[in-house]
Write a protein that binds this ligand. Structure first.
Ligand SMILES: [Zn+2]
Length: 284
């Protein structure tokens, strides 16, 4: 089983996770930019974070034979903090870099006017930079939030096939399917979607435009949920090719729209040259 995890925050995971992921069949991933766990106090915090996603984390992944890519953005939660909004001025110079395959994650958390503004501005950046977009949907008010998300996407002028709407469930999948966007599902140990419910949705909606991710981060999460979903699909009678569509071909097709996917893990030296970073002379 070859696996591309389209949404996982490796910064908060260990080398044991990388090793287990490699053994489970994970060969590529996308790490979207998200919050720090505590408030950022200035724009430099984003600059260091973006540089580390493009350099150090990519190097770490390559050591385990995993091709690392990222999506960069001001995430919805931090869009409400005035100390963070300045990042929208530095984002454009990052969106042109190798390894950046989307703008994300953007969207709504609490649906504030500040989030409206950051979301719209970043969809515009995606259009201008010809990049696909990864959109987070809120955990509260999910239906209302998803509906509003799709309205904003429609108004942005972005083609629906350039947009992946994530963290969907039974109550939100249909409107995203009807809108023509890609559908993302985060499979978690005890909240949101689980493998069994995921397989039921695949049986109902088919495998086209469907993506499954672990969205693993600092919270209780499991970076092997992609594989576990693949196994649950096989148990339920899906074929190997269906599993390959959901866990590999779909993410490759969606993020491939950036023109920047590199499915061979980048060698450490190449990452160093690309970022001009000296941090890669570290251990191992
Ligand atoms: Zn996330």
């Amino acid at each position: 089983m070859r696996i591309f995890d389209p949404h996982i925050h490796m910064t908060s995971r260990t080398t044991d996770d990388y090793e287990a992921m490699r053994d489970a069949g994970v060969r590529a991933l996308v790490e979207p930019a998200f919050w720090l766990g505590q408030p950022r106090t200035n724009v430099g915090s984003f600059v260091d974070y973006f540089d580390s996603l493009l350099g150090w984390e990519r190097f770490r992944a390559a050591q385990f034979g995993i091709a690392h890519h990222c999506a960069l953005a001001l995430n919805p939660k931090e869009a409400n903090d005035p100390r963070c909004s300045e990042v929208l001025d530095v984002l454009p110079r990052y969106l042109v870099k190798d390894g950046v395959v989307a703008v994300g994650e953007v969207g709504y958390d609490s649906m504030t006017p500040e989030e409206d503004d950051a979301f719209a501005r970043q969809l515009e950046l995606a259009l201008r930079h010809d990049l696909p977009v990864l959109v987070h949907t809120p955990h509260r008010d999910k239906q209302e939030g998803t509906k509003r998300t799709l309205d904003v996407v429609r108004e942005s002028g972005l083609a629906p096939h350039r947009v992946l709407v994530d963290h969907l469930n039974e109550t939100t999948v249909k409107m995203v399917a009807d809108a023509g966007c890609w559908m993302g599902f985060s499979v978690y140990p005890d909240t949101k979607m689980d493998e069994t419910r995921m397989v039921a949705l695949l049986a109902e909606y088919g495998t086209e435009r469907m993506l499954v991710n672990s969205a693993a981060d600092w919270g209780r999460s499991d970076p092997l949920k992609t594989r576990k979903t693949g196994l649950a699909m096989l148990d339920a009678g899906f074929g190997e090719s269906d599993v390959d569509t959901v866990l590999w071909r779909n993410p490759v097709e969606f993020y491939g729209q950036s023109g920047r996917l590199e499915l061979e893990p980048v060698a450490a030296g190449a990452v160093d040259a690309a970022t001009g970073s000296s941090v890669l002379r570290g251990e191992r």
